[in-house]
Every structure is written in C-alpha cells, then in structure tokens.
Design a protein around this ligand. Structure first.
Ligand code: EPZ
Length: 431
C-alpha cells in the first residue's frame, strides 16, 4: 500500500507551477463525445482521474491518446458506438456521470451505473435526471443502472436521430455537475434551453468556452442563468485547460503554514478571491503579482482566528475547507468552519486530532481551538482533499507523519510530492 512519509518543520521556499484543472479536464473529456471529429486538449494534468475518464471513453469505443509528459490528450469520438458507462468505472469515479448529457444529446439515449455516494456525501444526481426530463427524456432504473432515452420509439436504437427539446430548467441547487451535464445535453437539442440557478464556477465557464470553440451557442456562462441555443453539429477543436484553483489553494496553505517566500505560478487570484481575502484576514502576507502569479510570505506576527462558511462559487470553495482547517488548527483562539455544500465533509477531523489538533464537530460546524503545534503520526487519507490536508499537516508537524491510502490524493494532484519536495519539503513516496 503506497504512502507518504513526511518529516515536518522544514521551511518551504521557491517557485511552484500549478497544473491544469482536474475539475475542468474531466468535463471537457466527456464533452468531446459531442464532436464529429478529433479534439485535442492541452494542459491536461497527469492524474488518476484523467486515466479513468480515458478508460470510460475507450469503453464507448472512442479513440483516446494521452501523452502525459506533454500534458496533451487527443480524443477521436467518431468511432463511438456504445452509450453505456460501466458500473466499475462509474463507481470508481463519480465524474463519469458527465458522459450522460453528451451521449443523450448525440445518440438519444444513455445507460449509466448509479454512481452511489462517497466519503463526503450522498452525491445524488436527481437534479441531472430531472433536467434530462425537462429536455424531453425519460429515465428508469434497472439492475443498478439508470436508463435515459429521448421520448420516442426510435430512441431504442443508437443514432436514432431523436433529439432532445430545448426547455427552461430550474435547478433546486446550483449543482456544478447538473449544470455541466445539462449544458452539454442542450448543445444539440432542438431550440433554446435556459438553465436557471446554474452553477457559476470557473471550471463550468471553461467547459462553456470549450463547447463554444466546438461551435455551440452558449450565452451568460458564469452567471446563474445560462442560455443555450441548440445547433445541428459540433466540430473537433483544440483547447487549453485552465489552471487548477484547488491545487493553487493547496500550495498557498502549504506556504502559509511553513513557507518563507513561495511563488505560485499559474494561479489566478480571481478564481479563488474569497479564499485569498480570507487568508489576508488571517494575517497571511499574500499578494497577486498580476501575471497569474500569487506570492505568499509567512509573517512572524500572530495570526487571527476567522469564521468560514463554504458556498457555491463565488463563495468560499468547499474543496479548500479541509485544507484551510489545517492552518486554523495552529492559530491560537477559536475559529469556526461551517460546511454548507456536503453533508459529511469533516471526516479528516479525527485524523487531524490524532496529530494534536483540537477540533470539535457540531453538525455542519467545526469548532477549531488552535494549538501551539501539531505532532507527526500515522494518518489516513479519506478522500482527495482530506488526504491533501493530511500532507499539509505533516509538513507543519513536529516529527514524522505517515499518510496512507494516498491513491485518493493521486486522483487529483499531479506530481504532488515532487512539487512539495521542490519547495524544500522532506516528503517521500514509499510502496
Ligand atoms: C463538483 O462535484 C466537484 N467535482 C467537487 O470536487 C466539488 O466538491 C463539488 O463540485 C462542489 O463544488 C468535480 O467537478 C468532478 P455538485 P459535483 O453537483 O458536481 C448535491 C474534488 O475534491 N446534489 O455541485 O458532484 C450534492 O449531493 C471534488 O475535486 C444533489 O443533491 O458537485 C452535493 O451535496 C470533490 N443532487 C451538492 O449538491 C444533484 O443532482 C453539490 O454537488 C446534484 C448535486
């Protein structure tokens, strides 16, 4: 079982370059299904989830070539002749659900394994399915699979030509996945679709820009009301994926915990503005240098406790909640984090408390009583961001920390340990 061994209390300094965004790359790979010819994606991170999404596309008989050393991925969807996303891949990675909208739009039907929950919550897809029904599909569950088909007797055969119909969709919650799946489904529907209460995340805008580069007609992406006018075909394209905001936030906290001066390149302040302003409130010396570079200096003076509430973009990102908790756990006084997006995103707290933190969970709130320092211990990664938080805690702790189950971390961080080591961290990967 692979794990990280970290010897804490090293000072970090120097430059680190952020990779392409996982939560954009996976959607653009799914959206490539819609094209009638080859798609080339640049700045694709070399991470496990990209390999899994490539497997899903190959299961559909798309041609996929990934050159990880060049972060370049080529997808030729013209050979796709299946509309079924298999259980073992959907179970492994929930984002596989995002092939549903493209398959439904292109072939008039899709069969997808029910993804099930994960460590941070139930992760329902009811909003996706309700939106498909708004667009003229019907859904039924059979043997652990959801079948969606455009309402017409022709939809039972592939390439039936049955088309979704544009509609007004009102989302109960600004779900990112539902917004993205429905935006992809609407691209080749007949007529106009309006998605109200849409997600506004920057990765969702990246997806819209990618679809537009294929010939889609999408307006007002990035607002809570996205308008899509269906077109007949979408063509192949070449597109560069945006940088990963959550990876940038992860390195910003690493620098806040034990950096002297760390320069984070390919980090867009606007995409994580609330998070950066919160760190200023804490008293961290953080500034944007304008050329998509963020500089963090660890100040000697005392840091301030803060209150944090996670919300959909542009609110404080839930994915950085476990990450900032590590910093707050060593700031004297009481900080409070309220998690409003997922129902179970405090799994990492028990592990952090084993390293000497003093955090109490009360429903959706984590009450953090700052301690002088953390001490190294063997801990587990429960999910992607909780795992990254354990690594950061190890960097700041006295002594040695072993982080196990690191496959969770390798799903979403490219060259994580070598980037940290490049800044001066004492971290090694052992199998
Ligand atoms: C995306 O998940 C991200 N994943 C998550 O990042 C991120 O935490 C999340 O958005 C919130 O920002 C990817 O982009 C691959 P949602 P997604 O649909 O799309 C409920 C990471 O660490 N909901 O906005 O699944 C749902 O249960 C991962 O990179 C429904 O109830 O998020 C959750 O409580 C973790 N019904 C909330 O909405 C639905 O049909 C947010 O879900 C859909 C969602």
């Amino acid at each position: 079982m692979k794990k990280y061994i970290i010897r804490g209390n090293k000072t970090l300094s120097g430059n680190v370059r952020i990779s392409g965004a996982k939560n954009s790359a996976l959607k653009l790979m799914a959206a490539s299904i819609l094209a009638n010819s080859k798609v080339t994606l640049q700045n694709v991170p070399d991470i496990e989830d990209v390999n899994t999404m490539a497997e899903v596309l190959k299961t559909l008989n798309a041609k996929v070539v990934f050159k990880p050393q060049k972060n370049r991925l080529e997808i030729d969807p013209s050979s796709i002749n299946s509309f079924e996303a298999p259980y073992e891949l959907v179970r492994k990675m929930r984002a596989s659900v995002l092939v549903a909208g493209p398959l439904l739009s292109k072939f008039g039907r899709v069969k997808i394994a029910i993804p099930g929950g994960c460590n941070i919550g139930a992760r329902q897809i009811d909003l996706h399915l309700k939106g498909f029904e708004n667009l003229g599909a019907e859904n039924y569950v059979e043997h652990g699979y959801i079948n969606c088909a455009v309402k017409s007797d022709k939809a039972k055969v592939i390439n039936s030509g049955s088309k979704l119909k544009g509609s007004i969709i009102n989302l109960d919650f600004p779900s990112r996945g539902a917004t993205e799946n429905l935006m992809m489904a609407a691209c080749m529907a007949e007529g106009k679709t309006v998605i109200n209460n849409a997600a506004r995340e920057t990765e969702t805008v990246d997806l819209a820009n990618f679809l537009i580069s294929m010939g889609a007609q999408i307006d007002r992406a990035g607002t809570d009301c996205i308008e899509i006018n269906g077109v007949k075909t979408l063509k192949g394209t070449e597109y560069r994926i945006m940088p990963d905001s959550i990876e940038a936030g992860t390195f910003i906290i690493a620098a806040s915990l034990c950096g002297s001066k760390v320069v984070i390149e390919n980090a867009i302040w606007k995409n994580i503005e609330i998070f950066c302003l919160k760190l200023k409130e804490v008293g961290i010396d953080i500034e944007s240098r304008g050329d998509n570079t963020i500089v963090v200096r660890r100040l000697a003076n005392t840091l301030n406790t803060v209150y944090i509430s996670t919300l959909p973009y542009p609110g404080f990102p839930t994915d950085l909640q476990p990450i900032i908790a590590v910093l707050l756990s060593v700031i004297p006084g009481i900080s409070i984090i309220t998690e409003n997006v997922f129902e179970n995103r405090f799994m990492y707290v028990d592990e952090l408390n084993r390293m000497g933190a003093n955090i109490k969970i009360d429903g959706h709130h984590a009450v953090i009583k700052g301690v002088k320092n953390l001490s190294g211990a063997p801990v587990k990664a429960f999910d992607l961001r909780a795992g990254a938080a354990m690594v950061l805690a190890g960097l700041a702790a006295d002594g040695i920390t072993e982080v196990s189950d690191i496959h969770h971390i390798q799903r979403g961080y490219e060259n994580f340990e070598s980037k940290l080591a490049g800044l001066g961290a004492d971290i090694s990967l052992v199998t």
